[in-house]
Ligand binder design. Structure first.
Ligand SMILES: *Cc1c(COP(=O)(O)O)cnc(C)c1O
Length: 385
């Protein structure tokens, strides 16, 4: 890690050494060589190094973003994918083979679970779950377990895992530890520095930050990187230079945006937790949250996500009518953009599934003025009571 602060680093990562302030958008499939000798040399060298040789393998714009993400995530190298899910899928196909078992933490991004259930199962890879709150999670490991895959914090209730402790166990048994770091976005949380072998980020969220681009990244240790890169090539994964440019542009304001998202979210979380219609507010930066101690120990910041659990006595219909009346919160998938969003959380996907619980609503607090957001939420809550 460099000696300059994160904000300073984000202002310079992936920029050319001279000339244009920004790395230009390079468009291309064919890369030309002067001689067959040079062409042969590049093909030999690209087995181990990153060299320009064909559009699908990257270009200057893509390399600039790869390097920037590696610098903030702290690994050996990064590879970019057209979506966060493509980054996850390629990692799993790269690291697992028939007969292997994959252990995943409860509450992972749902399409990842579907991928395990549908595609990986066809190739003879089995999976099972463990709860982030289970102190005896190790018992879920099998002799065939090849990878433990976690989302920490999860993106529904923000349960955090003790990554250094998990990593200790995994290393003893030669099991890969992979984390979905979309919540942390490379700057609030650093799985590779906490002992993981692989960190995956949906750059679609905070890295892009403007709800206008899809992208995923995988950053890995040196030992894991080569097989992930090979799988990426075999599966024909690539990203466009325009999209890489947009994510690089997003990185410039990443810290500033996250500070605003986080401070507004904490402010609203504190206020919401005192409201009579609300039983619980999930947000790891909130004092009293079940994950607060681990968040304080391992994370360096927070973001705009929080989930509220309404009083179980309230009727779903009434709550949903009130949600429909929100003026400043959009209803839609994803998060991490500049705008505020809400989306119901399926309790079956959370550790609350077996208990009596209230309606769960995830809020993404955007960059709007938090006082305006509070008024909008207050009016929603007043419609319920
Ligand atoms: C959105 C998301 C993904 C997938 O990213 P896409 O770019 O939408 O494919 C993966 N993990 C988490 C935690 C996410 O929130």
């Amino acid at each position: 890690m460099s000696a300059v602060s994160r904000a300073t680093q984000l202002a310079s990562l992936g920029r050319p050494e001279s000339g244009w302030a920004n790395t230009p958008i390079v468009k291309g499939s064919t890369y030309l060589f002067d001689t067959l000798g040079q062409w042969r040399a590049a093909r030999a060298q690209r087995e181990t190094d990153r060299v320009l040789s064909y559009g699908a393998r990257g270009n200057e714009t893509v390399y600039a973003l790869e390097d920037a993400i590696t610098a903030i995530e702290g690994g050996y190298r990064s590879k970019l994918f057209p979506t966060g899910l493509a980054a996850i899928a390629t990692t799993l196909f790269a690291c697992l083979k028939s007969g292997d078992h994959l252990l995943i933490s409860d509450g992972v991004y749902e399409p990842m679970r579907l991928l395990c259930e549908t595609q990986l199962a066809k190739f003879g890879v089995t999976y099972s779950d463990f709860s982030p709150t289970d102190p005896h999670w190790e018992r879920q490991l099998r002799p065939t377990t090849k990878m433990v895959y976690v989302e920490s914090p999860g993106s529904l209730l923000y349960d955090m895992l003790d990554l250094p402790a998990l990593s200790h166990v995994c290393k003893q048994r030669n099991i890969l530890l992979c984390a979905d770091n979309t919540w942390g976005s490379g700057i609030n949380y650093q799985p590779l520095n906490l002992g993981c072998d692989i960190s995956v980020v949906a750059a679609t969220k905070y890295l892009g930050g403007h709800s206008d681009v899809m992208m995923g990244s995988v950053t890995a240790s040196k030992a894991c990187f080569a097989q992930i890169e090979q799988a990426s090539i075999n599966l024909g994964q690539t990203v466009s230079a325009e999209d890489a440019f947009l994510v690089l542009r997003g990185l410039r304001t990443l810290e500033l945006r996250l500070q605003r998202h986080a401070s507004s979210a904490l402010h609203l979380a504190q206020w919401l937790s005192t409201h009579q219609t609300i039983r619980n507010v999930f947000h790891p930066a909130l004092q009293g949250d079940a994950n607060h101690a681990l968040w304080q120990r391992d994370a360096t910041g927070s973001n705009g996500l929080l989930t509220i659990e309404f009083d179980p006595a309230l009727a779903t219909e009434k709550i949903e009518q009130a949600i429909d009346g929100l003026q400043l919160f959009g209803i839609g998938s994803s998060w991490g953009g500049y705008e505020s969003l809400v989306l119901p959380v399926d309790p079956q996907r959370t550790r609350l599934r077996d208990s009596k619980h209230g309606y769960l609503l995830r809020l993404h607090i955007g960059l709007e003025d938090p006082a305006d957001l509070m008024r909008d939420l207050d009016s929603m809550l007043n419609h319920i009571t």
